[in-house]
Every structure is written in structure tokens, then in C-alpha cells.
Design a protein around this ligand. Structure first.
Ligand code: ATP
Ligand code: MG
Length: 231
């Protein structure tokens, strides 16, 4: 379970003397549902909120805990529990080919190199991207990259997957494939999206506006609220 208590995120102003810029404020959330979506306008604070969940960003005030582990004190443990999928998978693929990237994710759990490589290949096969295992990540299509980064994140066996607008770069077919994967994922999933139809996949929807949570409801109601807000 992820808990955010009295969370504020602020960054120093660009000009000395100006007040800090507040990106999020007064956020109190207990994230227990299996499928949670975060929606809101550009610049409302969605990515900032998601980044708090695995310690990519730390609160300036308040606390964020994952199964009792404080993201500010126990970042290493938190990152084991919470996998993060970026909108642009290139920003998270560390190695030059899919097989190497997934193999790296298996370092902690599988001992021998040969065994790790075989396991990495099997995981890529299972996601339908085994045929590009040895291709440069720069030569993969956006959809292939997204599936490879998902494979790498899941290889660490996190208990929570956080995904920031994971379908933005995908065509209709890959969007549907990802939707299918997300529906059947064992892990708890917290994701953001501008695709309001995709948002309906969740059990709970959090609407962010101007750095505050302005609605927290079942997705049908929350999407209606958001549409009104944008009018
Ligand atoms: N390091 C930073 N310094 C200053 N401002 C920042 C910083 N990071 C984010 N912001 C600002 O905080 C606000 C919220 O950003 P965030 O990325 O969370 O929005 P978002 O809801 O994810 O938007 P989008 O839908 O465009 O992805 C934006 O106005 C952004 O410019
Ligand atoms: Mg964002």
C-alpha cells in the first residue's frame, strides 16, 4: 500500500527572492486499489505525483511510504517494490539491446549469466518482442521499445507498476495490446493518461488540477468531473 501524507512538492524560484514554485500541495492519498488512474490537464502535476511514488521525486513536506518504507529514507527498497514506466522508453532503457537490458534487470534474482540470458529471452518472447532481442534499442519502433521497457521493469518483480502516459507514443494496435497487458497484470498499477477511454480501465480515478487533488472517485464520475473542469 502506498500512502501520501500531507505532501507538498516545491522547487526554488528561478529568480532569487521570489517564493518557491509549488508543484503539488495538500496531497493525502491511500492508494490501495489494484488499478488507479491519474488524470488532469497538461502541467497539472500528474507526472510529479507519479514520480513521488517510487522516490524519483521526494516531497518537500510530508511523507510518501510504500508498504511502510519511506521514499526519502529507504529509496533502494522502494525502487525494488515500485517499477516505473516512462512515457518515452528510451529514457529508461540502459543497455544497447533489449536482451542486455532485461538481463540487467535479472542481475539480482538469477545467478548465472547463461541462465539470465535464457530467462531474458523467454520474458521478451512472452511479450512478443523476442525477435528483436539483439537489435539496437535505437532501431526499435516506439511500440517495441515500450514492450521491452515493460519487460525490463517487470523482470525485477515489483509489487506496484507506475506508468506515466504509457500509451502516448503507441499506435492503435499497440495501445490495445498494452491495455490487454495492463488488464491482466498481477501487480498493482498506477498510471496517468490523457486517453479518457483508457482511464475507464481503472477502479479509481484521481483528478489533479493546479497541483491539487480536486476529485477522487470511480472513473466514470471522475472523467465527467474533469470534462466539466476543462469546459
Ligand atoms: N523541476 C521543475 N522545476 C520547475 N517547474 C517544474 C519542475 N518540474 C515540473 N515543473 C512544473 O510543474 C508543473 C507540473 O508538471 P508535471 O510534469 O507534473 O505536469 P503533468 O500533469 O504531468 O503535465 P503533462 O500532461 O503535460 O505531462 C508544470 O507546470 C511544470 O512546468
Ligand atoms: Mg506528465
Amino acid at each position: 500500500m502506498i500512502s501520501l501524507r500531507d505532501v507538498r512538492v516545491a522547487v526554488p524560484a528561478l529568480r532569487p527572492g521570489d517564493p518557491d514554485k509549488v508543484l503539488l500541495d495538500d496531497v493525502n492519498l491511500e492508494l490501495a486499489e489494484r488499478r488507479i488512474v491519474v488524470i488532469g490537464a497538461n502541467g497539472s502535476g500528474k507526472s510529479t505525483l507519479l514520480r513521488l511514488l517510487n522516490g524519483l521525486r521526494l516531497p518537500s513536506r510530508g511523507t510518501v511510504t510504500v508498504d511502510g518504507h519511506d521514499t526519502a529514507k529507504d529509496g533502494k527498497q522502494v525502487r525494488k517494490l515500485v517499477g516505473f514506466i516512462f512515457t518515452d522508453p528510451l529514457s529508461q532503457l540502459l543497455m544497447s539491446t533489449p536482451i542486455e537490458d532485461v538481463e540487467l534487470s535479472l542481475r539480482a534474482s538469477v545467478r548465472g549469466k547463461a541462465e539470465r540470458l535464457a530467462r531474458a529471452q523467454a520474458l521478451l518472447d512472452a511479450r512478443g518482442v523476442g525477435h528483436v532481442a539483439h537489435q539496437s534499442i535505437y532501431d526499435l519502433s516506439g511500440g517495441e521499445r515500450q514492450l521491452v521497457s515493460l519487460t525490463s521493469v517487470l523482470a525485477v518483480e515489483p509489487t506496484v507498476v507506475v506508468a506515466d502516459e504509457p500509451t502516448t507514443l503507441l499506435d492503435l494496435r499497440n495501445k490495445q495490446a498494452l491495455r490487454e497487458i495492463f488488464t491482466h497484470l498481477d501487480q498493482q498499477l498506477v498510471f496517468s493518461t490523457h486517453d479518457l477511454e483508457f482511464a475507464l480501465l481503472a477502479e479509481r480515478a484521481i483528478v489533479v488540477d493546479g497541483g491539487r487533488v480536486v476529485a477522487d472517485d470511480e472513473p466514470g464520475n471522475a472523467v465527467a468531473y474533469y470534462r466539466d473542469l476543462m469546459r
